[in-house]
Design a protein around this ligand. Structure first.
Ligand SMILES: C[S@@+](CC[C@H](N)C(=O)[O-])C[C@H]1O[C@@H](n2cnc3c(N)ncnc32)[C@H](O)[C@@H]1O
Length: 480
């Protein structure tokens, strides 16, 4: 950004601060009585902002009171001393520490379990969006969570620079005009943008003009790691299958032989490489994918497998992981396919190694990421296609906690899955649940992906055994 642009943005943000300072005297009304307003309150209660909570841009303190229903303590930051006085009088609770500071320069002096902001994100200009989210990340303890509520509401007379500009003009009740930032985020786009920044946040629209977001910093591995693992796992699979009879059954994929498993993995690499190469925005029919003939000779087969993985990797590197391409998930990027196919290759590498009697092993962070990928599929696939077994995982709020015991995983090794009426939802969270599984990430992955039975595994189960048995029976990735 040029210096003059930056100075101009600084002036705009100062005017925005000035607007809210002047407005503080007139009770700020976010229009929560509009349709959907009550959904925000309910969503925040369901989120349960427990522990130490940081509230950014607290305004008149309406949300502060709600946070205190769950929080042990709240640190509340806002630039307006007028808002601070109003909020302090309204809340009147010793558990709240009010801080007067400009959020575009403020730095936290400690970390929090939850960061909350109501009707603030839309006032963060695009140029400061990434920096703002870095601030949020810096404010969170490991395993910390975020909740925000906002709207995309702008009246036609506010759009003094036209609908494509995020600068709007609002007036005080006495008619004094101020320029403000109001970014009309669309929930799906916002969720995608946050995913690109590495967050795992679900943004939910309400019936009215509002939306809310809840989630945590992502725990995905970085792209270079996926590129490396894709090659390494493909090589392991190729080596496991090298001297084996292609007709040999694969016990952990009972419908397949090693030849079918090899063909599936090689197809997956090439199909997704074509999607990325073409920047396809609709599904690519399988008959448009080339080089699908699996060579019979072991050495050629090995080269063919490696060539497929290399082709996908090259395609993603050339396009860039953020490039938009079709996928069956909400994440419509080339990077989605790199991660998804790395994990598809991973489980089938384990299948091949188990089939030929090899010892299986995985780095704990890779195994944990594979558990996350698997849970993603449990939640996404039934929404887009007919997966009768997975559909049985709909429920009425039953919870399952999976805990990886490998050292150093932190939140990446905690999963709280919930069976809701519309399907499986999950988050990285350590919390008591109706049933729990505890073990190394690799052992959890083997059990959850039905590669090992619970009884024969090193995974420790506790809680509702029927619920666990039901989950393990129905978490099958088989389309109708
Ligand atoms: C739309 S209000 C939201 C208030 C409150 N969270 C709510 O939902 O009722 C925006 C708040 O942001 C504050 N604010 C504006 N610019 C700020 C800045 N640069 N740093 C910190 N707070 C700021 C204002 O003082 C105001 O309280």
């Amino acid at each position: 950004m040029r210096a003059t642009d930056d100075e101009e943005l600084g002036r705009l943000l100062e005017e925005q601060r000035g607007y809210y300072r002047a407005l503080a005297a007139d009770d700020l009304n976010q229009g929560l009585e509009l349709p959907g307003g009550d959904e925000l309150t309910r969503a925040l209660d369901a989120f349960q902002p427990t522990g130490s909570v940081l509230e950014l841009a607290f305004g008149p303190g309406v949300w502060t009171g709600q946070l205190l229903r769950h929080a042990g303590d709240v640190t509340a930051v806002d630039a307006s001393p007028e808002m601070l006085a109003i909020a302090a009088a309204r809340v009147g609770d010793q558990r709240v520490r009010f801080v007067e500071a400009d959020l575009f320069t403020w730095q936290p002096d400690r970390r929090y379990d939850v960061v909350f902001f109501g009707f603030w994100l839309s006032h963060v200009p695009a140029e400061r969006f990434a920096a703002f989210w870095s601030l949020v990340a810096a404010c969170l303890k490991p395993g910390g969570r975020v909740f925000f509520a906002d709207d995309a509401y702008r009246t036609p007379d506010e759009l003094v620079e036209g609908p494509s500009s995020s600068t709007i003009r609002r007036q005080l009740p006495d008619g004094t005009p101020y320029r403000l930032v109001k970014v009309p985020h669309r929930p799906a786009d916002l969720e995608r943008r946050l995913r690109q920044l590495g967050w795992r946040i679900k943004v939910t629209p309400t019936a009215g003009p509002f939306y809310w977001g809840a989630g945590s910093p992502g725990t995905q591995l970085d792209d270079d790691r996926y590129h490396r693992e894709l090659q390494a796992l493909t090589l392991r699979l190729a080596e496991a299958a090298h001297d084996a009879d292609p007709a040999q059954p694969v016990p952990t994929c009972p419908a397949w032989t090693l030849a079918q498993l090899t063909a599936h993995v090689g197809f997956g690499h090439r199909w997704t490489a074509v999607i990325v190469e073409r920047r396809a925005t609709t599904p690519v029919p399988p008959d448009q994918v080339d080089d699908l003939q699996v060579p019979a000779a072991p050495e050629e087969r090995r080269r063919w497998l490696l060539a497929g993985a290399r082709r996908l990797s090259d395609a993603v590197r050339r396009a860039g992981p953020q490039t938009r391409v079709w996928s069956w998930a909400d994440d419509q990027t080339a990077g989605f396919w790199l991660r998804r196919i790395t994990h598809d290759t991973l489980v089938h590498c384990l299948d091949a190694e188990l089939a030929v009697g090899r010892e299986v092993g995985l780095a704990s962070d890779l195994a944990a990421d594979s558990v996350s990928d698997l849970l993603d599929m449990f939640s996404i696939l039934p929404r887009i296609d007919d997966f009768p077994a997975l559909a049985e995982l709909c429920g009425s709020g039953q919870t399952l906690h999976f805990h990886a015991t490998d050292p150093g995983l932190g939140a990446a090794g905690e999963w709280l899955a919930r069976r809701t009426p519309s399907g499986v939802e999950w988050e990285h969270r350590h919390r008591p649940a109706d049933a729990a599984l505890r073990g190394r990430a690799l052992d959890l992955l083997l059990v959850l992906s039905r590669r090992a039975t619970l009884d024969g595994s090193r995974v420790h189960a506790s809680g509702d055994t029927e619920l666990l048995a039901h989950w393990l029976e129905h978490s099958r990735l088989e389309p109708a």
